[in-house]
Write a protein that binds this ligand. Structure first.
Ligand SMILES: Cc1ncc(COP(=O)(O)O)c(C=O)c1O
Length: 440
């Protein structure tokens, strides 16, 4: 008997018996096997049989510098011998302070509030905005505005400002009412309109809404430049510039949800930099630890921080998570920031993005492909097919070719770790074209 094969099969069976997997209709695993991963190595995920999968989606967009990265491993090993975790209420530690200082220098936002996942960072931003207005004598400013097709996570507050029907509809009656305004998605261009025109049109809708409703509105929350989970919808930075000006004019906070797009994903450290704006809140997670440990942060301005600073306990931000500011996670994040600096990652990614974009011309010209698009280290396109099973079939065909790709509906995207090399790019593009050739 091949014992390695049996370890693959054994883990699959045990996982199906005991683990409820995320974002999954578990019954589909009757036909579509789970992939048991034994170890990771750079761009690769490897099963017990030695089958290798190129992680072209950075394991849900978190992995920046490859699996089992020696530099992050070394930092964590060192940290393990010092301090794994300490309650952050009443206590502090070196990694959380250093991380807050370095993130402030990178974002221009003075204070960092930590949690463990993206949805929690969004909850925190929404609650902070709401409480800022309450503490400032404007308790009527309670409303939140977000964009159509936006995604901000799946806890109840985050889902209230999310507009992806598949995730939202089941729970709609549980959610707090909020308003969704037109997205600046350039695919919505009318004949003769540029991406910037679409952005201006979307900003016009925001202007009309805020003019009428600013007195009751606490904040606008948006994903800068790329609405990721909603189908990698991309927009012109003009929308963010106009949104910043409108929020300023009407006294409404701007929350930049950079959970998917921050940490260099769109070509700058924060996507907001490309619009030359500073939001009132920025939410970061995913790439923050290079895909090692759960960590998120909500950053804000000194002005907002000061509105909570008071003798009275109840005016403080009384929100907490047990693992807030976990020392290991913060140390992994510091190692990630070191790599950004030492390897000049933002500049290096410009070259990598150009190399992959050249190869992707072949995909853009494929007869099945529509609306090919790219921002920084994200590439996406629609596949013209009426097959309702397309996403699952594409995913399985990709695995057969050693590629981890997970379409969002008919949208196929690449969001690879930044360590991608030319040979990986060739494999990714050639494999994708071959799968597209077989689409019904
Ligand atoms: C823009 C955005 N916001 C929030 C979230 C939620 O993050 P998490 O899955 O860590 O809760 C995601 C996750 O994909 C995201 O892409």
């Amino acid at each position: 008997m091949n014992t390695k094969l049996s370890r693959n099969q054994d883990l699959l069976a045990r996982s199906l018996r005991s683990v409820w997997h995320p974002c999954t209709q578990m019954k589909h695993h009757e036909q579509m096997p789970l992939v048991p991963i034994e170890r990771g190595d750079g761009m690769w995920l490897i099963d017990f049989d030695g089958n290798r999968y190129l992680d072209a989606v950075s394991s849900w967009w978190v992995n920046l510098f490859g699996h089992a990265n020696p530099r992050i491993n070394a930092a964590l090993t060192d940290q393990l011998g010092r301090l794994e975790h300490v309650i952050l209420a009443g206590f502090t530690h070196e990694p959380v302070v250093q991380l807050s200082e370095r993130l402030s220098a990178l974002t221009g936002l003075s204070h960092s509030f930590f949690a463990s996942d993206g949805a929690s960072a969004v909850e925190i931003a929404l609650k902070m905005s709401f409480q800022f207005w309450k503490n400032s004598g404007r308790p009527e400013k309670q409303g939140f505005v977000s964009l159509k097709n936006g995604y901000h996570g799946e806890t109840m507050g985050a889902l209230s400002v999310t507009d992806v029907p598949l995730f939202r509809d089941t729970y709609a009656t549980l959610l707090r009412q909020s308003t969704q305004l037109p997205s600046p998605d350039w695919r919505d261009a009318r004949p003769g309109e540029s991406a910037e025109d679409v952005a201006i049109r979307a900003a016009g809708a925001l202007e009309a809404y805020l003019a009428a409703n600013h007195a009751q509105t606490a904040a606008l929350i948006a994903e800068p430049l790329v609405q990721a989970a909603g189908g990698m919808a991309m927009h012109h930075p003009r929308f963010l510039r106009d949104a910043r000006a409108l929020c300023d004019r009407h006294g409404v906070h701007l929350i930049a949800d950079e959970i998917a797009v921050g940490f260099g994903r769109t070509g700058s450290f924060l996507a907001c930099e490309q619009a030359g704006i500073r939001p009132d809140f920025v939410c970061l997670s995913k790439g923050i630890t290079g895909g090692y440990l759960p960590l998120s942060v909500t950053m804000t301005t000194n002005e907002i921080y000061r509105a909570f600073y008071h003798e009275e306990m109840a005016r403080g931000f009384l929100h907490s998570h047990s693992y807030t500011g976990n020392a290991l996670a913060c140390r992994a994040a510091l190692a990630v920031l070191d790599i950004f600096e030492q390897d000049d990652v933002i500049a290096a990614n410009l070259d990598k993005a150009a190399q992959l974009s050249i190869r992707c011309r072949k995909i853009a010209q494929h007869p099945r492909v529509r609306q090919f698009r790219n921002t920084g280290m994200i590439w996406a396109f629609e596949v013209a097919t009426n097959d309702p099973l397309f996403p699952r079939k594409f995913y399985c065909s990709a695995l057969d070719r050693g590629l981890l790709l997970r379409p969002l509906g008919n949208t196929v995207y690449f969001m690879p770790p930044y360590i991608i090399k030319e040979e990986h790019m060739d494999m990714l593009v050639e494999g994708t074209c071959a799968i597209l050739d077989d689409v019904d």
